[in-house]
Design a protein around this ligand. Structure first.
Ligand code: PRP
Ligand code: URA
Length: 241
């Protein structure tokens, strides 16, 4: 049982096996991208367990059969860039879902999210928003996205991530205790650059092949500022009951 009541860790062996391959540093860009979709598709089953349905009767070759159809009212909110890799797989299962894009990047020094794109429709038209982002690290990006969605009128928000750090789960849960968080794993901790350890590295770079050289590596040279941000998050986590 987790210390956070709002978190579900999807322990399915196929999810865990796929996640292990994604974590492997030898996995190349093409396979990594495929894995993002495969894991998202598997997680979608668990996450949509409470998805509302409507009755629908169809005719089989032998007569009428009462079945169901998925009610509309779900939207996918991928956080650019890395969340994009989870969208198509989810849409295969829930083709009626809307997709709203939010662009955020994490400032390398302050680790704070910076918003650069927002394509929400004018009015809140759906019941449930699923935030898609493979990594929940400090929790800053997802907490900011929930702020945006709630401010705009979203009724219910769920976070879907492949891997979370305990510091990020604590931050998101404290800021938004009503948000259900679904993850494949909660890892050990953040390193001094705010990367999840052991994690899988930089999910955006691994999906899109944008490696900027050794100085951009997740383990490379923390600044005093990032190390201090992470220290504060770890103190907050330690103070939790
Ligand atoms: C990554 C990741 C999350 C964020 C998580 O995005 O995809 O959005 O960092 O970190 P946080 O929990 O500490 O906020 P990044 O800023 O690297 O942008 P990218 O997806 O464009 O690569
Ligand atoms: N963003 C990533 O892509 N990976 C991490 O470990 C942390 C933030």
């Amino acid at each position: 049982m987790s210390r956070w009541p709002n978190i579900t860790i999807i322990q399915h062996p196929v999810v865990q096996e796929r996640l292990t391959v994604a974590r492997d540093r030898r996995t190349g860009v093409e396979e990594f991208r495929r894995l993002m979709g495969q894991i998202a598709r598997l997680m979608a089953f668990e996450i949509t367990r409470d998805y509302p349905t409507r009755r629908r009767t169809v005719e089989t070759p032998l007569g009428p059969c009462e079945g169901c159809e998925l009610a509309r009212g779900l939207t996918l909110v991928p956080i650019l860039r890395a969340g994009l890799g989870m969208v198509d797989a989810m849409l295969e299962l829930i083709p009626t879902a809307e997709v709203w894009h939010i662009g955020l990047y994490r400032d390398e020094r302050s680790l704070k999210p910076v918003e650069y794109y927002n394509k929400l429709p004018d009015a809140a038209t759906v019941q449930v928003c699923l935030i898609l982002d493979p990594m929940l690290a400090t929790g800053g990006s997802s907490a900011a996205t929930v702020d945006i969605l709630k401010h705009w009128g979203a009724a219910r928000v769920k976070q879907v991530s492949l891997i979370a750090a305990p510091e990020g789960v604590a931050t998101l849960s404290a800021a938004h205790p009503d948000v259900d968080i679904h993850v494949g794993a909660i890892d050990r901790a953040l390193n001094e650059r705010g990367y999840i350890v052991p994690g899988l590295g930089d999910a955006g770079d691994r999906q899109f092949g944008t490696f900027a050289g050794p100085s951009s590596e997740p383990g490379h040279d923390p600044t005093d500022e990032t190390a201090e941000v992470v220290r504060r998050l770890q103190q907050n986590l330690a103070r939790e009951p």
